[in-house]
Design a protein around this ligand. Structure first.
Ligand SMILES: *Cc1c(COP(=O)(O)O)cnc(C)c1O
Length: 462
């Protein structure tokens, strides 16, 4: 295959893409395959001789789509949808066409400079203070890892990277019981150790109890530990819990601790001024992560970390061996020094395309609809016999269960997903098995959202 063939097959792929997306509603949302079904279609070894693209493409169309859970399906209400608005898919195709490696300014000046400008656009769109700068990561997990590594180095006066963690003071990091497992993973990978992630209890609104935070830090100091940082959430994954930043950040600061805020899905909603009360106090944070690949519709992968001051993170993650120097340009921004991987893709392009193609007003309208439809759906679900709303909508996420208990709720969830018209997932809340409903798919309509009610009603009465 050469570039003339690529032109032909790209057009074929564009036609396939159109056909796929315009018929998505006819497919079950969650893959209906069994483990091993797809692998059984694939030969055990790579071919020795080239095969014609026509055959490869045919096999793709025959085998792959039926083996997928359709993340761009408008009735995807599981996890948080990983969106891909058409304009962002187009930008991604163009970035793929150039296939650049944007590790240094010099290796992709447009990618670097557009990244800086896009970070500014997003910061202002979220209503954040002008001192924030930032960078683009692949996922929130890696953004949080970067923040935790920085926390560690700051607390160890920059000696962890050079001397290792043996014989160092034992660090402590604080988070509520509502934070995502990516926080646990970062603590583990950073060498801080899971046992040193101190879980602070939550209050009746599922926000971190800040008096308990203060007490835990004091107790650790008295016991000879070295507190390093506090990780807060705005829109937890389970039920959408929000810590009260305006109370928690001052406590962290009073002890000289670094703060990182995980707003992976809910952060995008802050383009709507009316939701910003949920993160009042955010301008005091040292680091914030949110994923435009969730609620802003920008194709996976696109995670933004905003930093009050990038210097500590660059000091933690940046390395400039001779072969990465840009001769005569020592003051240039090289974003690899802000992140864990050296290599980086040109992700800013899809932000640029998406923000321009829909406008902030177009994106706000979607988010506002999702929040309103989620409330309407929760009210309708509450009226179904035997159904109980466990947590009311936090933005566009609510949870419900059957009064009959965990087993009945789990059976209902399996039946809903086997039905295929909608896709929902579960969490545990206060020791109960609950079904989450998360509205956030870029193209969903009110009717798509209300299908959750229709399917549940049919299954409960059938
Ligand atoms: C989705 C999510 C994450 C993980 O995001 P990745 O980008 O997949 O690493 C972390 N925290 C919260 C609150 C999330 O919603």
């Amino acid at each position: 295959m050469n570039h003339d063939d690529l032109r032909h097959w790209s057009k074929r792929a564009a036609d396939w893409t159109h056909e796929y997306h315009t018929s998505l509603r006819d497919r079950p949302v969650r893959a209906q395959t069994r483990p091993g079904d797809i692998a059984a279609h694939l030969p055990e070894a790579a071919p020795e001789q080239p095969e014609p693209m026509a055959t490869i493409f045919e096999d793709f169309a025959r085998i792959v789509p039926d083996g997928m859970t359709h993340w761009q399906h408008p009735r995807f209400f599981a996890y948080f949808p990983g969106n891909a608005a058409p304009a962002s898919m187009l930008a991604e195709q163009l970035a793929n066409s150039m296939a650049a490696q944007a590790m240094l300014w010099q290796t992709s000046p447009a990618a670097t400079e557009m990244e800086t400008v896009m970070i500014g656009w997003l910061r202002d769109a979220l209503g954040l203070a002008p001192h924030f700068t930032g960078t683009i990561h692949d996922t929130a997990t890696i953004a949080t890892l970067s923040a935790v590594l920085t926390m560690r180095e700051r607390a160890l006066s920059w000696t962890g990277n050079t001397q290792g963690l043996t014989d160092q003071p034992r660090l402590r990091v604080y988070a509520s019981t509502q934070v995502h497992s990516s926080i646990d993973k970062a603590i583990r990978i950073a060498g801080i150790g899971q046992d040193n992630l101190v879980r602070i209890p939550t209050d009746e609104h599922h926000a971190m109890d800040t008096a308990a935070l203060d007490a835990a830090i004091r107790a650790d100091l008295a016991a000879g530990y070295r507190p390093a940082g506090v990780i807060l959430c705005v829109g937890g994954t389970g039920i959408g819990a929000c810590d009260r930043l305006q109370d928690a950040i001052p406590v962290a600061r009073s002890h000289g601790l670094t703060t990182h805020v995980d707003a992976a899905w809910a952060g995008s909603a802050m383009i709507c001024p009316e939701f910003r009360g949920l993160w009042a106090g955010i301008d005091g944070a040292d680091s914030i992560v949110f994923n435009p690949h969730k609620w802003l519709g920008i194709q996976m992968d696109c995670s933004i970390q905003l930093l009050a001051d990038p210097v500590p993170q660059v000091r933690t993650l940046g390395l400039r061996p001779d072969y990465l120097e840009t001769l005569g340009q020592s003051e240039i921004t090289n974003y690899n020094e802000w992140t864990v991987p050296l290599g980086r893709r040109f992700r800013a392009l899809k932000i640029w395309f998406t923000l321009r193609a829909y406008g902030l007003e177009g994106l706000r309208r979607r988010i506002r609809n999702h929040v309103a439809w989620s409330q309407e759906l929760a009210a309708a679900m509450a009226a179904l016999p035997g159904v109980e709303i466990i947590t009311p909508p936090n933005l566009s996420l609510f949870s419900f269960a059957l009064k009959a208990g965990d087993v009945a709720t789990e059976v209902l969830l399996t039946r809903i997903n086997d039905d295929g018209r909608v896709y929902l997932t579960q969490t545990r809340h206060q020791d109960r098995f609950v079904i989450r409903v998360q509205v956030g798919q870029f193209d969903c309509t009110r009717e798509d959202v209300m299908t959750v009610h229709q399917v549940t009603r049919e299954l409960l009465s059938g």
